[in-house]
Design a protein around this ligand. Structure first.
Ligand SMILES: [Ca+2]
Length: 129
């Protein structure tokens, strides 16, 4: 099973609005710890802010371990993708699919593949508006 059918069920506008309305976090202590060059001489671009926000959001769920186990992943999905929150089996399958190295943990890279696919699907939806 691929995640494409699951992602089609997500509402792209919700994620897009989340990104647009989020408060820039680049000056927060967490961001400066994670991204050493946070205090750059030039103002950050909108895309750099979005990247910072994504990383901070990931770390909110990952915690000190730096990875998502199945429970943390389900919490992230419930809160960030509530449209599929009630589909427990779908989330389990998605977790297994994303866990490329089969260590029962999702690394930043593994979760980022989900976000990349979600962005692509959202972009496709924008083409048809
Ligand atoms: Ca893994």
């Amino acid at each position: 099973m691929t995640i494409q059918p699951l992602l089609r069920n997500l509402k792209g506008m919700r994620f897009y609005n989340f990104l647009r309305e989020s408060i820039p976090l680049s000056n927060s202590p967490c961001c400066q710890k994670v991204i050493p060059d946070c205090q750059m001489s030039k103002p950050k671009t909108q895309l750099q802010y979005l990247a910072d926000q994504y990383i901070e959001l990931y770390l909110t769920y990952a915690g000190s371990s730096g990875t998502l186990d199945k429970q943390k992943f389900q919490k992230m999905m419930d809160e960030q993708f509530p449209d599929i929150a009630e589909k427990e089996q779908a989330k389990d399958k998605l977790f297994q699919e994303l866990d490329a190295n089969k260590d029962n943990q999702l690394s930043f890279d593994e979760v980022s593949r989900l976000i990349a696919r979600y962005l692509n699907d959202t972009h496709e939806k924008f083409k048809h508006l």
